[in-house]
Structures are given as C-alpha cells and as structure tokens.
Design a protein around this ligand. Structure first.
Ligand code: IMP
Length: 171
C-alpha cells in the first residue's frame, strides 16, 4: 500500500496562495471570472478566491485524462461551465499540470467561447513530463516527476483531504 510523504506542508501552500492572489489582483482586470477544474482544484479554488480582493464570479469545469497514476492521453470533458464567457476576463484554475494535455484541451475549449482574456494559474507544475506547449501565467510550485496527493489531489479517489501536498511512494 503506498504511503504519503509530505512534500509541501499546508502552511507553505497557504503563503504561496496569498502571493499568487496578490499577483493576480495586480495584473487582472475585474470582475474576474474564475473557472476551477474539477475535481482536483476544488481546494485550491476555495483558498485562492478567499485570498483575492477584487470582485469575482466562480464556475467549474470537469475533465479527465487520468487512470491510476498515469495519463491516458485522451482528454474527456465530463462537465462544462454554466455561465457564458464572452467578454469576461477568465482565470482558469488547475491543480497540477503534468503532460499539459488536459490544460491544452481546456484552454482550446474556453478560447472558442470568446472570453475577453484567458489566464491560467496552476498550483503545481511538473514540467519534465510536458507533451503540449501550454501557457501558464502563474505557478505555485514547480515539482519533480513524482505522483502527489493531498490539497484536493487524489489517488483513486483518496487523499484529497490531506491539508498539504504529499508524494505517494511505495512502502
Ligand atoms: P495532464 O493532462 O497530464 O497535464 O494531467 C493533468 C491532470 O492529471 C491534473 O489535473 C490531475 O487531475 C492529474 N494529475 C497529474 N499529475 C498528478 C499527480 O501527481 N497526482 C494526482 N493527479 C495528477
């Protein structure tokens, strides 16, 4: 059974989320339209929106490309957004960017809906495995090629409630 080893403690993530929010507040016109990628980004979205000072709206989108600890390479849209995007300044909020295939599919999908601007923030970036040239405007932490759980991220549905990010390693 794999066991989680803390990589990013909750306090470190909290401090970084506030730095990201301050940078986004400085750069992005308001009202901001936040779109969180379910399910993994739900914790990050909850913390980030409460750290942002400007007026904003929140929506979610759900996509899936993972089975176990590896990507299938096929991105499926499981649930679309509910609010119109035309003329809005959108901030797409991802938990982690690995190959970049999920983000590329979501960015293309949202761009086709004519937002005024589209920026992306990812809490975690694993650039060593990138297969798609995606633009990330804000990154919380760059991490090595390890499988991580916690702070919303799961392994087969578990560990999302860990307060920090942990590496899932074999015993
Ligand atoms: P990508 O399409 O390969 O960039 O994968 C992005 C998605 O895969 C993320 O939104 C996560 O849901 C999932 N994912 C990628 N790496 C990890 C990980 O280390 N732990 C948990 N989920 C991951």
């Amino acid at each position: 059974m794999p066991s989680p080893r803390v990589l990013l403690p909750a306090g470190l993530i909290e401090a970084r989320v506030h730095e990201l929010a301050a940078a986004i507040d400085r750069d992005v016109p308001t009202p901001l339209h936040v779109i969180g990628v379910l399910t993994g980004a739900f914790v990050f979205v909850a913390d980030l929106v409460r750290a942002l000072r400007g007026p904003l709206t929140v929506d979610f989108i759900a996509a899936s490309s993972y089975a176990g600890t590896s990507t299938s390479g096929q991105v499926r849209l499981l649930q679309d957004t509910t609010l119109p995007l035309d003329g809005r300044d959108v901030l797409l909020v991802e938990d982690i960017v690995d190959t970049g295939l999920t983000l590329q599919a979501l960015q293309d999908h949202l761009r086709a809906r004519a937002p005024r601007s589209l920026r992306t923030v990812a809490l975690l970036d694993k650039p060593s495995r990138r297969r798609a040239g995606v633009r990330l405007d804000y990154v919380g932490f760059t991490i090595p090629d390890v499988f991580v759980v916690g702070y919303g991220l799961d392994y087969e549905g578990r560990y999302r409630n860990l307060p920090g990010v942990a590496e899932l390693a074999d015993e």
